[in-house]
Design a binder for this molecule. Structure first.
Ligand code: PMT
Length: 398
């Protein structure tokens, strides 16, 4: 979908990836977007305002007060002008300021005045990106309603290799195109999505759990919301946050609680996507007090948990679709197909944990969509956000 006529305000902060913004502006202009840019003082060490102004064909927002012309640049007017703001690259410093409402430069004041969707593409070195304060700031901005375009993995300016590279200009463009272009494809649809792990209590302080972060399920919810759906997202314990007028986010702990909430909401859903990593077993008895370290061995008897996905499939109406997930370490297609058949699903999404960047925790995934007629669609290794969008696009054409 074209960005023709859309007014895109690009915010550039002072990181090495700022040089890539030149090609991003060109891509936007090629799509017919109107582009204005604003820059923090530090960013002009990496790309000149003249380059940015020339490519965007507009003056650049640098300061509140332009000493040359004696004019005040009105950040509120700039914010209201935009159909979308995209901040790229965003350094750890600017990210922290944005998360905490600082406004000590023109770019930050304009961000605080935004009335339009805001996209944030962080870029920084490995350890800075992994630091808990950066994670907290990203989570805060996401909870405030910003769309985060996660940093990618690769070679970093420091010479280290890992997560922290700004998403490529083509990815930034695709995110904006998706936002403006495909909002309607799920309009009127109600989605029930499960995400994250379940925690099965052993005693008041211990549990059986797994490494699911919730990212895959949250990205599915985000993509569905962007495409106009109403979403009930039921998540096990996860640090992720999401807020949207069309979203109901319900937090649970255990498989039993997940089942109860799914049972409450399932009849109203058109599509169920079950991305949660549900514990297959739970302790038969939950100790009332913390178990003491008295014996050399401890045996915990486990009993089977209810299968939430199987319950939804067994209780589905003809016009409802049930999509499962399968996390496999071997014989992926065969095992996933067996689950699809046994649980009577419409489709199953297979992720195979036999290569880096797939499955639990990280920001990327490689999946295969297996339908009940055994037709398989294979997707490339890509961010979980892109995976979610690609899956929803494949699923809407039944
Ligand atoms: O959260 P992330 O860190 O982003 O990781 C994403 C993910 C790897 C967790 C996700 O992509 C995924 O694969 N989720 C399903 C993992 C899993 O539990 O697979 P499974 O093969 O054990 O279960 C098959 C299906 O049955 C799943 O849809 C699961 O939600 C469902 N199930 C399983 C057991 C059970 N008691 N109830 C269920 O509903």
């Amino acid at each position: 979908m074209s960005l023709k006529g859309k007014r895109i305000l690009v915010g550039i902060t002072g990181g090495i990836a700022a040089y890539k913004i030149a090609s991003f502006i060109r891509l936007l202009k090629k799509q017919g977007a109107e582009v204005r840019c604003m820059m923090t003082p530090a960013s002009s060490d990496f790309i000149t305002p003249l380059t940015v102004a020339t490519l965007s064909e507009n003056p650049v927002g640098l300061e509140f007060y332009d000493a040359r012309t004696g004019q005040w640049t009105n950040h509120v007017e700039w914010a209201l002008w935009a159909d979308a703001m995209i901040f790229a690259p965003v350094t750890a410093n600017s990210l922290a300021k944005m998360a905490h409402g600082f406004s000590d430069n023109f770019l930050l004041a304009t961000f605080l005045s935004a009335k339009c969707p805001v996209f944030i593409a962080p870029a920084m070195d490995l350890d800075m990106y992994a630091h808990p304060s950066t994670k907290r700031n990203l989570a805060q901005l996401e909870a405030d309603g910003a769309f985060i375009i996660p940093a990618e993995s690769g070679e970093l300016a420091s010479g280290l290799t890992g997560e922290g590279r700004m998403a490529e200009p083509e990815t930034l463009l695709a995110v904006l195109e998706d936002h403006f272009g495909s909002d309607e494809s799920y309009k009127g649809k109600k989605l029930l999505i499960t995400a994250g792990p379940t925690y099965e209590a052993i005693d008041p302080v211990r549990f059986i759990g797994n490494h699911s972060s919730g990212k895959m399920g949250f990205e599915l919810a985000k993509a569905a919301l962007q495409k106009g759906a109403e979403v009930v997202l039921i998540s096990g314990p996860s640090a992720l946050e999401l807020s949207h007028p069309n979203l109901q986010l319900i937090r649970i702990q255990s498989a039993q609680q997940l089942l109860e909430i799914v049972q409450k909401h399932w009849s109203k859903a058109d599509i169920g996507i079950f991305a949660a990593a549900v514990a297959d077993y739970r302790p038969a008895d939950v100790a009332e007090q913390k178990i003491k370290k008295s014996e050399d061995e401890l045996t915990i008897r486990l009993v089977k948990n209810p299968d939430v996905l199987a319950w939804a499939a067994a209780n589905k109406q003809a016009d409802q679709q049930v999509i499962g997930f399968a996390l496999e370490t071997n014989n992926g297609v065969a095992n996933a197909s067996e689950k699809l058949e046994r649980k009577q699903l419409d489709a199953i999404v297979l992720n195979e944990m036999n290569e880096p960047g797939v499955g639990f925790g990280g920001n990327t995934n490689r999946v295969q969509l297996i339908r009940k007629d055994n037709k398989i669609t294979r997707f490339e290794l890509q961010s979980k956000a892109e995976t979610a969008r690609a899956l929803l696009e494949a699923l809407i054409v039944k």
